[in-house]
Ligand binder design. Structure first.
Ligand code: COA
Length: 166
């Protein structure tokens, strides 16, 4: 089964080992470290592990990490994915290269991932976590129609959790 997702302007395809170098540059940018990895320095082997986990999870359960490119181009512009949130379920997450901010790409990609999770995967709900102060990401989850459910302490401050059901 293909796990490629297409939207009006974007193509999302599962990550492969060939994406390692792009992810190393993208995910070690300060904004990504702060909001995707709790401010921790991302070690190269974690990228290798993330790619391996995604390939395994797509094969076994149909979800993982997607790489995003514009439908009319070849350059990568970001990532979106589904991953376990503790034992609560799957959370949607996303990141865009700063050159691609402000065009609605994150919302468009994340919407495709949430629709896929609630549709083809048949999940009853999708979760999201947003760090306090990440207003750009709050706007994304609000545009997706996700509802705030609780605030929990995180490593660097409070984290708001959101949910969308079918
Ligand atoms: C979170 C993040 C992906 C948001 O990026 P973003 O570009 O603000 O979000 P979108 O791609 O959805 O773009 C939305 C903006 O594009 C604008 N836009 C412009 N053209 C648009 C179009 N054709 N369609 C839709 N929106 C458009 C919207 O008005 C909106 O602007 P606003 O926020 O000023 O109202 C980005 O800040 C990021 O990568 N941060 C680091 C990683 C991170 O924090 N990830 C979240 C944790 S899971």
């Amino acid at each position: 089964m293909s796990h490629v997702l297409t939207t009006e302007r974007l193509v999302l395809r599962p990550v492969t080992t060939r994406d390692y170098s792009w992810l190393l540059i993208h995910w070690t940018e300060p904004a990504m470290q702060r909001f995707l990895f709790d401010g921790k320095t991302l070690h190269p082997e974690e990228i290798t592990r993330t790619i391996g986990d995604s390939m395994r999870d797509f094969a076994a359960a149909g979800y993982g990490l997607w790489m995003i490119r514009e439908a009319d181009g070849t350059d990568l512009v970001g990532t979106a994915g589904l991953r376990p949130l503790e034992s609560l379920g799957l959370e949607v997450f996303y990141s865009l290269a700063p050159v691609a901010w402000g065009r609605g790409y994150a919302t468009e990609a994340a919407r495709a991932v949430v629709d896929y999770a609630l549709g083809r995967l048949g999940l009853p709900e999708v979760l999201a976590e947003v760090d306090e102060g990440n207003s750009a990401s709050v706007s994304v989850v609000e545009r997706l129609g996700m509802i705030p459910i609780e605030v929990v302490p995180g490593l660097l401050g409070l984290i708001s959790r959101y949910r969308r059901t079918r």
